[in-house]
Design a protein around this ligand. Structure first.
Ligand code: TRP
Length: 340
């Protein structure tokens, strides 16, 4: 190794890549499990965050709404603390290499690996009228997202683990057929990712697409709405604030309160000893409102400044494009595409 390679090998920070779909407003669950952790990774890693609009069209989207939500999602990432001076933030469709690499990787992915994906099975059951090719090849595009940037770590929820596994299989196959081309990505599942459950059916995960709005707290809900939803949260008849397996409602509220305030279950039980659920719910709601307030304010400010927001996305796309091209060009050479 010459001096320069040694230098880059030791100083290169690990790369983090994650994608988020511009559909629906993030829930408190997305915040706690994902978004909240992203800014913390920025100092330690080279982070790239993409608003994955190409993934979103596997189900029909209203074009104007998709455009609007793409900006909104980017604004929410920035408002949550992602700093465009430290990280790259860009829109997937602005970097053509994603679609280009995706075609090549598709030719290295057995059909059967795609049809056995849980998400494909669930989504095709949910939309039997539109089981399109994109729904099936979705994880190939996701593999392209990850592999284009020689990603080391991919922050994801547990539901995306199978897709990441598929990306690793594709990378391994390609590297085996040719020569090492892609970095093997690992999942990064945050330790303090306390799973947020539905406020109405606390045995179920809080879901973006729940039809019962009372079950879901969204990052952009008004303080009144947040308070109302917590007041209506399903609990139990014991009347004692303590965590237990047979008290999923209260346990969920305790874990939300714990994440917002940094308090342990023991601290919380002590704090609310002898006090009723009404008071506890009020405290949880207030903690959530205060945590979200600065994010909501910054979000409103950013959306009012489209020129700034768009300049961040433009610069993000330029930087991502330069990195992505390097990998794509290696791949094109290896598979034998004629380069003039
Ligand atoms: N499939 C992911 C989800 O629905 C979004 C996504 C697309 C993603 N590309 C990615 C996540 C690359 C991590 C890395 O949540």
């Amino acid at each position: 190794m010459n001096q320069e390679t040694i230098q880059t090998a030791t100083t290169r920070k690990k790369r983090v890549f994650s994608g988020i779909q511009p559909t629906g407003v993030f829930t408190l669950g997305n915040y706690v499990g994902a978004v909240r952790n992203w800014p913390r990774l920025q100092d330690e890693y080279d982070c790239i965050y993409s608003v994955v609009d190409q993934h979103a069209i596997t189900v029909r989207q209203d074009p104007a709404a998709l455009r609007r939500q793409t900006r909104e999602t980017a604004a929410l990432l920035l408002a949550s603390g992602i700093d465009p001076k430290k990280s790259i933030v860009f829109v997937q469709s602005h970097v053509p290499a994603h679609a280009q690499l995706s075609w090549v990787l598709g030719c290295f992915c057995p059909f059967g690996d795609l049809t056995r994906m849980h998400q494909f099975k669930e989504k095709s059951a949910k939309h039997p009228e539109d089981i399109n090719g994109g729904l099936l090849t979705y994880p190939i595009l996701m593999a392209a997202d990850i592999l284009l940037y020689q990603t080391d770590l991919v922050p994801i929820g547990i539901d995306q683990k199978q897709h990441l596994e598929l990306a690793r299989n594709i990378a391994q196959r390609f590297n085996g057929v040719y020569s090492p081309t892609f970095t093997m990505p690992d999942g990064y599942i945050p330790q303090v990712g306390a799973k947020v459950m539905s406020l109405q059916e606390p045995e179920k995960k809080m879901s973006k697409s729940d039809s019962n709005e009372n079950a879901v707290v969204r990052m952009l809900d008004t303080p009144d709405a947040i308070l109302r939803k917590f007041k209506r949260a399903v609990t139990d008849s014991e009347g004692c604030v303590r965590a237990a397996q047979d008290k999923p409602g209260i346990t969920n509220l305790m874990s939300i309160y714990g994440v917002m305030t940094g308090k342990s279950f023991a601290d919380i039980e002590h704090e609310f000893d002898g006090r009723g659920y009404g008071e506890f719910k009020q405290a949880v709601a207030e903690a959530v409102i205060e945590t979200l307030r600065p994010i909501q304010e910054e979000y409103a400010r950013l959306l009012a400044d489209k020129a700034y927001l768009d300049s961040v996305l433009t610069e993000g796309a330029v930087r991502a494009d330069a990195l992505a091209r390097r990998t794509l060009s290696k791949v094109y050479k290896k598979v034998g595409f004629l380069q003039l």
